[in-house]
Design a protein around this ligand. Sequence first.
Ligand code: MN3
Length: 203
Amino acid sequence: MAPLDDQKTTITLPPLPFADNALEPTISARTLSFHHGKHHKAYVDKTNELIKGTPLAGRSLEDIIRGAGDNKPLFNNAAQVWNHNFYWKCLSPKATKPGADLQSKIDASFGSLDALKEKLTKAAVGQFGSGWAWLIAKGDGLEIVTTSNADTPIAHGQKPLLTGDVWEHAYYLDWQNQREAHVKALLDKLANWDFATENFAAK
Ligand code: MN3
């Protein structure tokens, strides 16, 4: 049996919270098999490799991200693990809607849920190259932000509520170069507003 310290060093790949084909046709089982089974898994494996034998072994993912310092490969891999853990929870095969408190805040910050979706889509499409588009809670309101490559709002003290992955690996097999159509479908059909509402309540 491995010593406890060795077991603690391990960051794990969470299973998907839905069946592989549950998000079709917006996200195919084939995309999920690569995105979760290969890309997300590779970030987990690389993070474990990079923290092994260092003071960050055994720490939480959040501690690793904040403690990575100048170790860019470690920051990138750990942040991508966190971003993907969060992203899967942002997707739901069943229709959901924002809770009452979140909906009022959406109305106050953007005018309506449709206006929020439009702004989030615009941000996702405008993110040059790879990255993420986020709805975050900021002060008393809500904001849309994007991060580049692996960067994550939690490294900047921000509270994410919902995200869309706009790396090409998230949509290329299903949508090719149509990032905008993919993001629109994601927001219209798969956005998990129950999860965003929980995040809003816990902010
Ligand atoms: Mn991804």
